[in-house]
Design a protein. Structure first.
Length: 225
């Protein structure tokens, strides 16, 4: 499976993602500049964490106008897997591939720690290797990670099983402890925690590895969702 890791000015988790693919699941990954205008030949798109454009205006707001974004949207609409982590999640909401928004943590400061997540939907291309309600440890590192959406959107997210990860506890004030959601078609996942920083136990947890293995499994065996 061949992945594109999109690199914006200010991305800082691009190499973590690259190594998660190369060493974690032994697949191919390319670092692809935000300036590129084609993503032909890639089976999966990864949007890494960081501080694209210094988080000016709002996290992800300026990145949403980068040349590569048209292609990300095209591939997402074709059904290709698109995963946005942290700043990647923020970018996915800014470009409208995911509903809602990410705003300042309730504590109004940056939070960096290991947190427990619950797998709320294991019937997705990103989570089929997990058990339903499995508890996993994955780090967070964000200042604007508080997920917010209006009541109607929240109802839809729950109704369509689009909430994939929730925090076990309230960590940043996100509505209903939402940590990660998919689009309706379930091929686009955005999450604030960092699975790419939890791929081997020496890092404190390898619970993130199954997310990447799930994507590979789907590609190889066409897992029925
Ligand atoms: N690790 C990250 O991606 C940081 C996310 C982000 N720009 C924030 O602080 O909210």
């Amino acid at each position: 499976m061949k992945f594109a890791v999109i690199v914006f000015p200010g991305s800082n988790c691009d190499m973590d993602l690259y190594y998660a693919i190369r060493d974690g699941i032994e697949q191919e990954a390319d670092l692809v500049s935000y300036k590129e205008e084609s993503l032909d030949g890639y089976d999966g798109i990864l949007i890494p964490g960081g501080f694209s454009y210094g988080d000016y205006l709002r996290s992800g707001a300026i990145a949403s106008h980068a040349p590569i974004i048209k292609e990300v949207i095209r591939l997402a609409n074709e059904g290709k897997p698109v995963l946005g982590i942290c700043n990647g999640f923020q970018i996915l909401t800014e470009i409208g591939l995911l509903p809602g928004t990410l705003t300042n943590n309730r504590q109004n400061r940056f939070i960096c720690k290991q947190v427990e997540l619950v797998v709320e939907n294991n019937k997705t291309i990103f989570t089929n290797k997990y058990n339903l309600n499995e508890k996993i440890m994955v780090p967070i590192a964000h200042g604007e990670g508080r997920y917010y959406c209006d009541e109607e959107t929240l109802w839809e997210l729950n109704e369509n099983n689009q909430v994939v990860f929730r925090y076990s506890q309230d960590v940043n004030g996100s509505v209903e402890e939402i940590a990660g959601i998919t689009n309706k078609q379930k091929n686009v996942l955005g999450m604030m925690p960092h699975p790419e920083r939890a791929i081997e136990s020496i890092l404190g947890s390898d619970d993130g590895l199954k997310l990447f293995k799930s994507m590979l499994e789907t590609q190889k065996n066409g897992v029925q969702i």
